[in-house]
Design a protein around this ligand. Structure first.
Ligand code: 4NP
Length: 161
């Protein structure tokens, strides 16, 4: 089982979008049983809230639905995860502050797995949820290709097929 936590600030926009996008990609490859996929926020500001409606609407236009309750990331969750995928440099800083610098080898910016490493622009401020979706999709595709080759023994999956 490969555990993946997607992390943003509030856990109501970008990281739940990434969670649902990645779950769908994994499901389409019949690999759901090999992954434990969730999302968290570095802040507790939105604790207990659902996915932000414009983020949910954007997902729905791409045929993706999911239930969600915002939760703040804990140090223990980082210690137990295989991969912690953050949306931007601020999230990266906050996660490493939470762990006191531990676990830096498993914390990555999601779009570092693309041919154009970048932050996922925060739609809370840009209001461009479609752009956030597109960045997230690109990052999830890149990350999935990475894990398929890095764990090909365990996943029994040849990404060339
Ligand atoms: P997220 O977006 O980190 O992608 O969930 C935000 C949600 C809430 C706030 C900022 C960003 N906020 O400042 O409340």
């Amino acid at each position: 089982m490969i555990s993946v936590i997607f992390v943003c600030l509030g856990n109501i926009c970008r990281s739940p979008m990434a969670e649902f996008v990645f779950k769908k990609m994994v499901d389409e490859r019949s690999l759901s049983l090999s992954f434990d996929i969730t999302s968290r926020g570095t802040s507790d500001e939105e604790e207990g809230n659902g996915i932000y409606p414009p983020a949910a609407r954007t997902l729905r236009t791409h045929g993706i639905e999911g239930r969600h309750v915002s939760r703040q990331l804990t140090k223990k969750e980082v210690l137990n995860a295989d991969y912690v995928l953050v949306m931007d440099s601020g999230n990266l800083f906050d996660v490493l502050r939470l762990t006191g610098g531990q676990c830096s080898e498993k914390v990555f910016k999601l779009c570092s797995f693309t041919s154009h490493p970048r932050d996922v622009a925060d739609p809370w401020y840009t209001r461009d949820f479609e752009k956030a979706y597109s960045d997230i999709r690109d990052g999830c595709e890149g990350f999935l290709n990475y894990v398929l080759s890095a764990h090909s023994d365990m996943l029994g999956y040849d990404s060339r097929h």
